[in-house]
Write a protein that binds this ligand. Sequence first.
Ligand code: SAM
Length: 328
Amino acid sequence: MLIDNHGRQINYLRLAVTDRCNLRCNYCMPSEGIDFVQNDRLLTIPELKKVSEILVSQGIDKIRITGGEPFVRKDLMVLLRHLAQLEGLKDISVTTNATLIGPHIDELKALGITNINVSLDSINRETFERITRRKQFDTVHDNLIRLITEGFNVRINFIVLDGQNEQDIIPILDVMKHHEVSVRFLEEMPFNGGSKNFNTIKWNYKAILEHIAGTFPNYQKLESPKESTSINYKINGHKGTFGIIPSFSRTFCGSCNRLRITATGDVITCLYGKPKANLRDMVREEFSEEKVKETILKTIGSRAKTGFEAQNEHSNTVFDNSMTSIGG
Ligand code: SAM
């Protein structure tokens, strides 16, 4: 078992497989993109397999594949096929923008990889295109509906962006009320590749809930697993649920069970902190399993207690980073 220096069990790995993305969401990166790393700096599929195996042997039982956009990586399914038969790994999930997942839906289902988070910040074509700077609305919409109707456990991630998509909060709940999906509203975070800096946000979790309650006063709070980052609710008469994630307010750090490994092998023990180690050169050496294990134990043994503490350990330069490099 992996237990951090604050007594929290770490069993959830967010593994980024690339920093590249085919969208250019304006809250994530500048329009020209970021300096994407060269391919030889990305972990290869055998290296991603090796890292996953080692971490599962140490007590990770849930892996979320993220990116960049995971499906821009042509060999992604090779990794997923391997993970699907990895003993000890109970839960594999994928976070995607749903532009490229279409051809893989059948195989994902066959592999039992049915937990899919789809990022969708608007159900209005124009707003979607303005935010993502790409014309992919129909593809995303079609793939989302296909995932839902084929019985995947779908969660929609909707980042609430001041002046951009607040008018879609109620409509997305309306559209999704006939479907068994969870719509999760996230606070915006300042990881946007230096596009803009901010210290407060208008749409914090309280403002989001108040806004929803104005239209749907009949909602109930649901019980959530203790390590859940979302506070979850059900509106009377809706098939699905909604959640709010205080990703900027950081009210959930006390039960954080996550570790992040970026596509270049950086080990991140808190989203708001700097990388604590890098595994890439290590996994490229022969017989490196023990070294990787020791590194993981060391990083987990020195985690910041909260995202605020992690942020204070450096001078905000982490905010120059883009979420596409960190993996969300
Ligand atoms: N490409 C995939 C996707 O779109 O879901 C996975 C990677 S993306 C970086 C992971 C998540 O991070 C997405 O849900 C995205 O909306 C979110 N994200 C990106 N930048 C963010 C920011 N500045 N604040 C909050 N969430 C952000």
